[in-house]
Design a protein. Sequence first.
Length: 366
Amino acid sequence: MECMNIQLQDLTKRFPARGRKARGEVTAVDRLTFEVPDGLLVGLLGPSGCGKSTTLNMICGLETPTEGRIFFGGKDVTDLPPELRGVGMVFQNYALYPHLTVLQNITFPLENLKGAQKLSRTEMRRRALEAAALVQIEELLDRKPKELSGGQQQRVAIARALVKMPKVLLLDEPLSNLDARLRLQTREEICKIQKKTGITTLFVTHDQEEAMSISDRIVVMKDGLLMQQGKPQQVYDDPANLFVAKFLGTPPINVFEGTVRNQQLLLAGQDVLPVPGAPDGDVWVGIRPEGFVPDPQGPVVCGLSRVEVLGRDVSIVCTHPACTTDTLRAIVNARHDVDDAAGTVRFTLHPDKVFLFDHQTEARIR
Ligand code: ATP
């Protein structure tokens, strides 16, 4: 399959504000610049309302950008109508035709091709069977959508998106109508299909775990703005700001109010870690659950609430006066013998897992 990269350049969308008393405009997408490299799967990630769907709709041509340009393989497609862009699109609600069989649903996009693109019946059928085989639904071709599970319906929708052999594939929250088990299974299948076809894919989700697990790269958005992009592990290990640090990771990062004095980090007045080069002042401190190392002499003294056995690891749920998150969670190897009857537990900190953020701007400073 011929593929190509997608490039967004300063892409912006402003809508008139809605509501009875609304005035002015809402900036749904704000000067967004990023690339989906040829043949890769990029996860576009962010909380509800951050502009993910609007971005996708501009890429496929359903929305017109207010400003900025969109390029496929270096060619400017900003002013092309959707049908000339060569985009396959999969939505959250599958949008299958209920009265058509699976085979007819998959063939449907080929029925209306015009001019030189027009295909014979035999060729249409051959292509539909090929797409069905790709998503492994060959045995379901004569069924109607209502006779399928959610996961099967979503596979039909993917086959239908692939049947025109698009150059890029766009998926908008494709797994959100599936139950937890099917969601896991279907996301692995999407990943496999993407690798098999090598089709350049942009996958929208608000679920950070989903994005981290299947994406070659992730792009994190907030309020229409790009917060950070990179390989999932890279962004997790090296967050650019407090928002990204909090948005990625299960269990989430623990956040503290801290102070830097004489290149030492203080939590609740206690020296906990040398931070060479960090300027004096108040900071937000993010510590990943795996950043705590149990140590009877450690400087971080926490109240112990409970110890949860996870198998290889244990999760220590505790409290600390400087912690601002609801629960402080440390994940440590089960070989550490933590006495859950003790009132307190002490830790030293793993320096690579402790991030400092500016108290005002929330940008990363260490
Ligand atoms: P979700 O995950 O909930 O689908 P999203 O990240 O996809 O959210 P968008 O649907 O792109 O976000 O919406 C971004 C912002 O633009 C929101 O504030 C939304 O209310 C606003 N918006 C989207 N479409 C329109 C429209 N047609 N008119 C006015 N405002 C809109």
